[in-house]
Design a protein around this ligand. Structure first.
Ligand code: GDP
Length: 445
């Protein structure tokens, strides 16, 4: 891979006026740009007070701080400058403009700094993805998962598996290339055993119920039920804002409306759906179809019934009540005194979206259900479909190896498995490692 030798710059802080804005510059021309704009070279890694001036007119643009990180001890591994200036739009525009006028500097593409950090071996692909997730994290659990990934938890796990596999591949190749007398006893048997164990470990990691991926994307709860039972009102209450249209006429919520909630630190996507009923209206019928699909695809169904017409339940609504569904009877304010309600022998949540009664209990129940579904041991979890696909490819190759008869062909499957693991972290230098290990192995003999 040809290394990009250009120097890039971009605001590293968010858009809009703020107390402070940070501009990052990375590449070989960073130091020259710093000297041009600040007319000084601060000591390395010490935040230093500077005046930022326009190099052409000499006008002072701002009074701020600069940090100088000479390569390789920087985020990208290149020479890096950080300018901490005031976060006003005009200040930012003027300083960016001045940087743009420096020889060899160009505005960075999205993700360019992290890409350079990866190319310079500062982080692997899983850590880069963790960093992106950390910046996007909206809830406490997302933050914690992303931070662990950025700090290399997943990368270390996959790299450890890859190393073990490379070692076993080297041993297998040795067994193929050398006669039995030159090698320790039953080398092939030992490789087989180690690969079997690894395949099991990967299988266990894959069978995690998609916890980590769901934590990134959000846990989907669908609100389902007949028209006019108060689904939109309930969503609004739960979201504490007016996200869905609440109307007196039946069948107004024709599409799926979503709100994002933070339930006990876990990200939840709560969707209000069209009322489930048979309809002649084409648009409404489509809404009903979407509602049913949404209900089937969601992680949890919240089925809402109407206390006023209790205990009538239409077949399309009844179908949505599976073992895990949470059954809610709304408009309990219309049935005073509140009767003891059960739905097919199970307890229900009696609430009133109008008065707010019973909603705290419902929120608690939802939060504990979500927490339960996310719960797991402390082991690192899969966070992306990209990793899952590579791990599945890896495990399939390992299983083919375990079933194969001839070692020569089986070695190719192990090679494929190593490559699949390498793709997750971005380490694809299989041959180099093999050479080293193979050489050591032979010398050690
Ligand atoms: P949806 O079609 O299921 O989404 O139902 P809506 O949320 O649009 O509500 C239908 C009607 O029921 C509206 O007039 C609401 O004001 C009313 N409603 C909703 N929840 C309650 C409740 O808890 N008690 C009473 N009395 N009326 C409610």
């Amino acid at each position: 891979m040809e290394k990009d030798r250009s120097t890039i710059f971009a605001p590293a802080s968010g858009a809009g006026p703020a107390g402070v804005a940070v501009i990052r510059v990375s590449g070989p021309a960073s130091g020259a740009a710093l000297r041009r704009l600040c007319r000084c070279e601060p000591p390395p890694r010490r935040l230093t007070r500077v005046q930022v001036s326009d190099p052409v007119s000499g006008d002072v643009l701002d009074d701020g701080l600069a940090a100088w990180f000479p390569a390789p001890a920087s985020f990208t591994g290149e020479d890096v400058v950080e300018l901490h200036i005031h976060g006003g739009r005009a200040v930012l525009a003027a300083v960016l403009d001045a940087l743009g006028g420096c020889p060899g500097l160009a505005l960075a593409e999205p993700g360019a700094f992290t890409r350079r950090a990866f190319e310079n071996g500062k982080l692997d692909l899983t850590a880069a993805e963790g960093l992106a997730d950390l910046v996007a994290a909206e809830t406490e659990a997302q933050r914690s998962q992303a931070l662990r990934q950025m700090q290399g938890e997943l990368g270390r796990l996959y790299e450890d598996w890859r190393q073990r596999l490379v070692e076993n591949l080297a041993h297998l190749e040795a067994a193929i290339d050398f006669s039995d007398e030159d090698l320790p006893g039953d080398l092939v048997g030992r490789v087989r055993e180690a690969v079997g164990k690894l395949s099991e470990e990967i299988g266990g990691h894959l069978a995690d119920g998609h916890r980590g991926e769901r934590l990134r994307d959000g846990f989907h709860i669908a609100i389902l039920g007949p028209p006019n039972v108060g689904k939109s009102s309930l969503l609004n209450r739960l979201a504490r804002r007016d996200a869905a249209i609440v109307a007196e006429t039946a069948g107004t919520t024709r599409d799926v409306i979503e709100v994002h909630l933070d339930l006990g630190g876990y990200p939840v996507i709560l969707a209000d759906t069209a009322g489930l009923r048979d309809s002649e209206d084409l648009v409404e019928a489509e809404g009903v179809r979407r509602a049913a699909r949404r209900g089937r695809e969601s992680d949890l169904r919240l089925v809402v019934l109407d206390a006023a017409v209790w205990p009538e339940v239409d077949p399309p609504t009844r179908e949505m009540v599976d073992a895990e569904a949470v059954v809610v009877v709304n408009k309990i304010d219309l049935r005073e005194p509140e009767p003891p309600l059960k739905f097919e022998g199970r307890s229900v949540h009696s609430v009133s979206a109008l008065t707010g009664r019973g909603l705290d209990g419902l929120v608690e129940r939802l939060a504990s259900t979500v927490a339960e579904r996310f719960a797991g041991g402390g082991a690192p979890v899969l966070t992306r479909a990209r990793h899952r696909q590579a791990l599945e490819t890896c495990r399939d190759a390992l299983d083919r190896y375990l079933r194969a008869k001839a070692d020569e062909l089986a070695a190719e499957d192990l090679r494929l498995a190593v490559r699949a693991l390498g793709r997750i972290t971005g380490r694809v230098d299989v041959e180099d490692l093999l050479d080293v290990i193979f050489r050591d192995f032979c010398i050690g003999k």
